[in-house]
Design a protein. Structure first.
Length: 407
């Protein structure tokens, strides 16, 4: 983002006030932000706000006597254009090449390789009107990136799709867009969450895995250009809104096993973060297990049988071009167990963490991991957010794809 010249176009949607924070966040990240507003946007927010946060002049007038070719100057300046919010009217003008004010004229004057991102924001009915849908399709076909609107309470009081995403989310979208696409063309299967093994119709054996590590890896892989299948056991996390991530939800180890085996031949790498139950009840009671009314000392026995080891099975099917990455949560003898798993499961590397530490492992946002490789080398990583750890893991995966030494 440092030094990146971004043209932020603000059109007359009620969410225009959020764009002030967008301009501010982009500027704080080091971008050189210039803002162009439409007349309608000027009725909702003041150019002074944008001037204050970007320290750059804010323009809206195509006919100012002192500026000879303001649309050409802006178009030459822009290395990336973000229109947020983008109204139905402005989207229609872009789709049809109408140039009747500074911002719309600038859009026509952009260099052909300048990326354009737009964040539509409007009432749900306007968004879903065939005219708007068609206009968005036209823009998509020209390579414009559409930042999908959020759902929720709209300014008009309706509830539905059409909210401008929060400024932080818009800025993250821009950041991801600008990232180098080092995993472009790669298909990656990532498993996440903790499997549930049914006892009866209302109960299950489970584990506290939150799915955060797998979801972070899916987001990071997609940001680096990979196509991701996120195969997840139940979690409270919401499905990633990213067209490069296909989410498949399963419940039990057997369901995850079947899906993973089916998908495996089509992927270049598997990252197996899921906490898969090693055992399941040998029989699932139909209905609900009822306690007896007159025997407080009653005991019931549940027999457990082994689940397949998914990673082990993938390891036997792996072709030389496929990469397998495992996770290991251990309470003791981390290195011994981790190295044993690399060999037994035919892994390229394993990410191991000591779950006896409070900042590592299940259901927390951070992790302290060591990556062990086949060649006896290892990388000790300090305490970090799971999103940052995802990046470190993918750096190693990329090195393997590039055929280099994985350390
Ligand atoms: N794994 C799997 N299928 C299973 C169990 C585990 O694919 N039935 C995967 C996990 O997703 C993880 C790795 O294998 O990537 C963890 O291996 P392992 O430590 O063998 O799982 P545990 O059951 O915790 O091992 P152990 O019984 O040795 O404690």
């Amino acid at each position: 983002m440092e030094g990146k010249k971004i043209l932020l176009g603000v059109t007359g949607g009620i969410a225009a006030f959020k764009s002030i924070s967008v301009a501010s966040l982009l500027t704080k990240l080091g971008a050189n932000v210039r803002v162009a507003m439409t007349e309608s946007a000027m009725k909702l927010v003041s150019p002074k706000n944008f001037h204050e946060v970007t320290k750059n002049p804010v323009t809206h007038d195509l006919w100012k006597e002192t500026d000879l070719h303001p649309h050409i100057d802006l178009a030459n300046f822009a290395e990336l254009v973000l229109i947020a919010p983008a109204t139905a009217n402005f989207i229609a003008k872009m789709a049809h090449g109408i140039a009747d004010d500074l911002l719309s004229t600038t859009m026509l004057a952009l260099k052909s390789n300048t990326p354009v991102l737009i964040a539509p924001a409007m009432n749900t009915r306007m968004l879903e009107h065939p005219a708007t849908r068609k206009n968005l399709e036209i823009l998509k076909s020209r390579g414009v990136k559409i930042i999908e609107p959020d759902s929720g309470l709209l300014a008009c009081g309706d509830i539905g799709r059409g909210r401008l995403p929060e400024p932080q989310d818009l800025v993250e979208f821009v950041q991801n867009f600008l990232r180098k696409k080092t995993l472009e063309g790669k298909q990656i299967l990532i498993t996440a969450g903790g499997t549930r093994e049914r006892l009866d119709s209302v109960r299950f054996l489970g584990n506290p895995s939150s799915g955060k590590m797998g979801f972070a890896l899916a987001e990071e892989s997609a940001a680096r250009g990979a196509d991701v299948v996120l195969l997840t056991a139940p979690t409270f996390l919401s499905e990633p809104r990213n067209e490069k991530i296909k989410t498949i939800r399963v419940e039990s180890a057997l369901e995850m096993h079947d899906a993973a085996i089916r998908i495996f031949p089509n992927v270049d790498a598997v990252i197996m973060t899921a906490a898969v139950a090693d055992f399941r009840p040998s029989k699932v009671f139909e209905g609900k297990i009822k306690k007896s009314k007159d025997n407080p000392d009653e005991k019931i026995k549940i027999e457990l049988v082994r689940n397949p080891d998914i990673l082990l099975e993938l390891g036997t099917r792996k072709t030389p071009n496929q990469v397998l990455i495992g996770f290991a949560a251990e309470m003791n003898d981390l290195e011994t167990y981790a190295r044993d798993k690399i060999q037994r499961k035919n892994l390229d590397f394993i990410v191991a963490n000591d779950v006896s530490k409070s900042d590592a492992g299940f259901a927390v946002d951070t992790n302290i991991a060591t990556i062990f490789f086949r060649d006896d080398s290892k990388i000790d990583l300090p305490l970090m957010e799971k999103s940052e750890l995802a990046g470190k893991i993918l750096d190693q995966l990329q090195k393997i794809f590039e055929g280099g030494n994985s350390i």
